[in-house]
Design a protein around this ligand. Structure first.
Ligand code: AGP
Length: 615
């Protein structure tokens, strides 16, 4: 969702701001804009509907000379994605400009009040009220831009990360955070702010993550002064060290980030296992739960959205099978408002979030924490809100995931949850150390199994032909692999815009079977597991109605090979619970090929955001 970049220093601001916006493109957006404070003492801005590259082209002929500025990619919430609604937004004088990520929930009331006091609005956005509120506050702020922003945000309800410049405060950028992510940094005599660490990775490895209610003033000499809601200085703000090289967020020879991130899965899982598996079984030092606390856990809530929710479904099976602790999985957006939440004295909530910034997931975590449960975050982003607001963390270390559609974070999160399930089983005695070690040995085989699947991507490329004439498709699987079907269907929907319905295979005859007709593509995940024969029967039912079968099957399954038009082969697996971590890789690659054949931008699908920071 919306991305913010700010710079002040001695160099020209526009090149860094535009480059920063390009690195934030993955968050999802539909318009963009930049505003620079010129040496002539005025603000100069360029905005556009559409992509950052359009903005870059327009900036070539604009007078964007200046060493201080702010920039933004907008994911529309209030008002269409037009040039007028794109940020930055200015006050009446045109001397103050703001960019904002989040939602001002009371903007209608504020706008009415501001209009009644004579302010003229240009856009339909909620954000523009902030510019006018700063304008009013600036008059009494005695030249203190952060003080003006503090007064302005004091009127807001909702969530925000805001960056603000004022032509009468040369070289200064004031920023504020409440509910939407914002990081700031000082490096090489310049000061920076951004929605996440990716734009800053090329200039520093040390960033400050602002907490809710904090403000910062960035100065042209590189100073960053953090203060709290009351204006008191924060001497030791939270810091994170970026543990990946800026090149990790570049294509490095791959055609797109999705291809790169799919290929990175074996190494991501190896890193995770190397860090947490040893002679003593599984060690998860950042859980910040004692052995006794873990042993006492009698109920686990797994809460997440989208692909991360699919991780939770697999994690439920792992926790219940290995640790023998009952698990409830819930969509975060549902959990927030559910009336029937039952928290025991020893309930543990695990939130799963690649970005660690998903608003629904964070709201759900806050709710269950208030009810007395401890919260553990499984996340890929160090220093994310999910991590900072949780009692403990399991960092999945998959490296930056730029493609909006999650791939490597999905498989790494499943492995992280497997480690958590084993750690729980180790603590409560459901598994002995030798059994834990044996499961860890099975997990250690996964990277090479994925490498085998990656080497078979030609099978996926050919199978994509089965979707050429399709306007819909069906994904089926049983047991843990019903989840593989859900995730495969989500992937193809997200990036190719082809409708896909996912069902547990046995449920098909209770409704979705009516969809089937000659040539209708049905993807069936049918590994050689305990329910394989039942799934083969479902394939027969599909064939009887003329469907075209694309099967994900285990090497050597001749019967399935005879029935399916295309087979995506997976190697034998030691434990059927781990099959989803390998089988899904075929469905990721298949979705990518279908999307490419349909001319879609696989990394930046329409309407989607990488980090969904509004409810
Ligand atoms: C995954 O491909 C999607 N982009 C989406 O479903 C995502 O998983 C969901 O928005 C949750 O994101 P999170 O893991 O960052 O919380």
């Amino acid at each position: 969702m919306c991305g913010i970049v700010a710079y002040t220093g001695q160099d020209q601001a526009a090149p860094f701001l535009l480059k920063g916006l390009a690195t934030l493109e993955y968050r999802g957006y539909d318009s963009a804009g930049v505003e620079v404070m010129g040496a002539d003492g005025a603000l100069h801005g360029v905005k556009c509907a559409g992509k950052v590259k359009v903005l870059v082209d327009r900036c070539r002929t604009a007078n964007l000379v200046g060493t201080c500025g702010i920039a933004h990619t907008r994911w529309a919430t209030h008002g269409a994605p037009t040039e007028t609604n794109a940020h930055p937004h200015r006050d009446c004088s045109g001397r103050i400009a703001v960019v904002h990520n989040g939602i001002v929930e009371n903007f209608r009331e504020l706008r009415a009040e501001l209009e009644a006091r004579g302010h003229a609005f240009e856009s339909e956005t909620d954000t523009e009220v902030i510019a006018h509120l700063v304008e009013e506050a600036w008059a009494d702020a005695a030249g203190d831009l952060v003080a003006a922003l503090r007064v302005a945000t004091g009127h807001l309800q909702g969530s925000w990360a805001v960056a603000c410049i004022c032509a009468d405060a040369p070289g200064q950028v004031a920023v504020a955070r409440n509910g939407s992510p914002l990081v700031v940094a000082s490096a090489g005599g310049a000061a920076y702010a951004a929605s996440d660490i990716t734009p800053l990775a090329s200039v520093t490895s040390n960033v400050i993550t602002l907490e809710n209610g904090q403000f910062a003033l960035l100065g042209p000499d590189g100073t960053v002064a953090v203060s709290d809601e009351a204006g008191a200085p924060v001497d030791e703000p939270s810091r994170v060290t970026i543990d990946w090289d800026a090149s990790a967020a570049t294509l490095g020879g791959f055609a797109d980030f999705m291809a790169k991130e799919i290929a990175e899965q074996p190494e991501a899982i190896e890193r995770l296992l190397a860090q947490h598996v040893g002679d003593g079984g599984v060690a998860l030092d950042k859980l910040r739960l004692t052995n006794d606390e873990l042993a006492a856990v009698d109920k686990v809530y797994l809460i997440a959205c989208g692909t991360s929710y699919h991780v939770s479904l697999i994690a439920r099976t792992m926790i219940q099978t290995w640790a023998k602790v009952p698990v409830v999985c819930d969509y975060a957006s549902e959990f927030i408002y559910e009336q029937d939440v039952l928290v025991t004295d020893n309930t543990l909530c695990v939130i799963i979030s690649q970005s660690g910034e998903t608003a629904d997931t964070l709201a759900a975590a806050r709710r269950i924490r208030k009810m007395g449960a401890k919260v553990l975050a499984v996340t890929n982003v160090l220093g994310s809100t999910a991590e900072r607001e949780s009692d403990g963390v399991l960092y999945v270390q998959a490296g930056p995931e730029v493609c909006v559609a999650s791939t490597k974070a999905y498989t790494a999160q499943m492995v992280a949850c497997a480690l958590f399930a084993l750690r729980l089983a180790q603590a409560n005695g459901a598994l002995g150390l030798d059994e834990v070690r044996a499961h860890c040995a099975d997990l250690a085989l996964i990277p090479d199994k994925i490498r085998e699947v990656l080497a078979r991507e030609e099978q996926d490329r050919l199978a994509a032909n089965a979707f050429r004439e399709a306007s819909s498709s069906l994904y089926l699987g049983r047991g843990v692999n019903s989840t593989t079907a859900y995730e495969g269907a989500l992937k193809i929907k997200e990036i190719s815009y082809l409708h896909a319905e996912a069902y547990p295979a046995g449920e098909m005859k209770h409704g979705p079977i009516a969809l089937l007709e000659k040539g209708f593509p049905v993807v069936v995940v049918v590994p050689s597991d305990s329910v394989r024969d039942k799934t083969v029967s479902n394939i027969q039912e599909c064939l009887a109605r003329g469907a075209s079968i694309i099967a994900v099957a285990t090497d050597g399954d001749e019967k399935v090979a005879q029935l399916a038009k295309h087979v995506l082969w997976i190697p034998e697996m030691p434990d059927e619970m781990l099959v989803p971590i390998v089988a899904v890789v075929h469905l990721q690659i298949l979705a990518r090929y279908v999307a490419l054949a349909r001319g879609c931008d696989v990394d930046k699908p329409r309407n989607l955001a990488k980090s969904v920071t509004v409810e």
